[in-house]
Ligand binder design. Sequence first.
Ligand SMILES: Cc1cc2nc3c(=O)[nH]c(=O)nc-3n(C[C@H](O)[C@H](O)[C@H](O)COP(=O)(O)O)c2cc1C
Length: 183
Amino acid sequence: MNMDLDEAIKGRRSIRVFKSDDIPVEHIESVLEAATFAPSAKNGQQWRFTILRDEAKDKFTDWFMDHLLSMRKKHGDTFMGSAIPSCEIMNEAPVSIIVWNTNEFGWLTEHQSVAAAIQNMLLKAYSLGIGSLWIGDIFYAERRIPGYFNKSWALAAAVVLGWPAENPGPRPRLSVDEVAEFL
Ligand SMILES: Cc1cc2nc3c(=O)[nH]c(=O)nc-3n(C[C@H](O)[C@H](O)[C@H](O)COP(=O)(O)O)c2cc1C
């Protein structure tokens, strides 16, 4: 049965603690398929995905952690924000997906297309009972990650998937009155 849209939009939470159980490939494919139904600038479908599990994930997160630790040595703790915890979450979750933007034209709208796809992924994951986290902290290695995967695309995000082992309450939201004006 499909989840009610309001329940998906309002019930989804960022999940940062996961069980170690694998996510079946069919579920990962469903999440990716949801991404492919997002709107995109000129229907360019600029999204691309690299799915990391098992050794590929461990190898990448070890490499990323080394990079973060060397940056911390150079710039200090305050510069790093939540990057090290985010990397640890990527390591602990069973699936990390690197999301790319083919960025063929260098349009801002290409980035927006990929962001729309990511939101579809999070909602689809939630509807399957899968926890997810959108990780922007990988931008601490923005220029190096394409080289690591031998890609010419722009980095868009990492999306972590796993069975939730926490049930966080809702984060505060601004009301419609606070964010909108009707003219
Ligand atoms: C573009 C973007 C980047 C984010 N990057 C991170 C991140 O690197 N690490 C993290 O723990 N959460 C990250 N988040 C999750 C946000 O912290 C979270 O969505 C926000 O606090 C609202 O909570 P909710 O998702 O549970 O509603 C990111 C979210 C977005 C949209």
